[in-house]
Design a protein around this ligand. Sequence first.
Ligand SMILES: NC(=O)C1=CN([C@@H]2O[C@H](COP(=O)(O)OP(=O)(O)OC[C@H]3O[C@@H](n4cnc5c(N)ncnc54)[C@H](OP(=O)(O)O)[C@@H]3O)[C@@H](O)[C@H]2O)C=CC1
Ligand SMILES: Cc1cn([C@H]2C[C@H](O)[C@@H](COP(=O)(O)OP(=O)(O)O[C@H]3O[C@@H](C)C(=O)[C@@H](O)[C@H]3O)O2)c(=O)[nH]c1=O
Length: 284
Amino acid sequence: MNSTIAITGAAGQLGGELAKQLGGAAASLTRSQFDLSDDDSIRRVLAELRPSVLINCAAYTAVDMAETDADACFRANAKAVATMAELCHDLNIRFVQISTDYVFDAYAGIPTPLSEETPTSPQGIYAQSKLQGELAAATAPNHLIVRTCGLYGGGPTKRNFVETMIRLSESKPELRVVNDQRCTPSYCRDVATAVLRLIRQDATGLYHVTNSESVTWYDMAQEVFSLTRRSTHVHPITTTEYGAPAPRPAYSVLSLNKYAQATGQEMPTWRDALQRYLADRRFA
Ligand SMILES: NC(=O)C1=CN([C@@H]2O[C@H](COP(=O)(O)OP(=O)(O)OC[C@H]3O[C@@H](n4cnc5c(N)ncnc54)[C@H](OP(=O)(O)O)[C@@H]3O)[C@@H](O)[C@H]2O)C=CC1
Ligand SMILES: Cc1cn([C@H]2C[C@H](O)[C@@H](COP(=O)(O)OP(=O)(O)O[C@H]3O[C@@H](C)C(=O)[C@@H](O)[C@H]3O)O2)c(=O)[nH]c1=O
């Protein structure tokens, strides 16, 4: 086995950022090289590559489309993860699986940041497939599962809330954005740095890693337009009014205490991260 860190989904937001930060130490695998729907390709690539670490950033991430595409979503986000976990067991590879805040939903009483011990309650197809992927990943003896939220990064060609807001504002003077979902949208650069820190510390088990503090998507949209000096008017609406196909958590702010205790590091705030992303993007 060599010291290579293999990254799947390398053409995606987080995979691309990890590849950038790892440089030559990374074996970056895109969909054409590592297809989650093809077990044989997964087995062949990992047997040939024999990396020391496999970071799986590849996933079916189209949350709303998943509601009517369950088979493909579960094949990518659960079945393929089980295959990877089995191979990581057999080939003694450290398995790093990325998961989501959407595994949470209902909460009772006053919302407080959700810890790694908080019971999960995934509602939509995507969310359920990601929790099944966590359970599969945990069968690998040496596994690290990182839940994150609201990823953005990689510049204007990537699909995420920040880029969607910027793109829509170019053709619409007014937008309607939900104000009843609170979470912590996170800059891929900060999440990638934190994931690599956990890997270097030989951390195992489940960790929450997002930027810090929390915001509603409505307030996030407002901040995007304030920082980009756009006059787009944002109307606060409810999740019901928005009417997206997939259910989403009303509150999925993740507690970062376990990460802070393990690394001695505090994550940058979502506001600081957004400012840096938009500054970096201007020159992207
Ligand atoms: N985006 C977010 O807001 C959040 C994401 N996550 C999780 O983080 C991880 C990374 O997400 P993110 O970087 O945003 O995702 P992206 O959607 O940016 O990238 C996902 C990558 O996976 C690849 N992919 C999709 N389907 C397959 C498949 N069947 N076989 C091989 N590759 C495939 C895509 O390839 P291609 O480029 O060819 O389409 C893409 O490059 C995922 O596990 C996701 O569930 C967790 C919380 C929030
Ligand atoms: C584009 C848009 C979205 N919204 C709402 C929909 C949704 O509730 C919220 C976020 O919208 P998006 O569709 O951009 O993001 P969404 O696909 O919900 O993002 C999710 O991606 C997956 C992969 C994850 O794992 C989650 O952590 C989360 O980041 O904002 C509006 O209210 N108005 C809008 O114009």
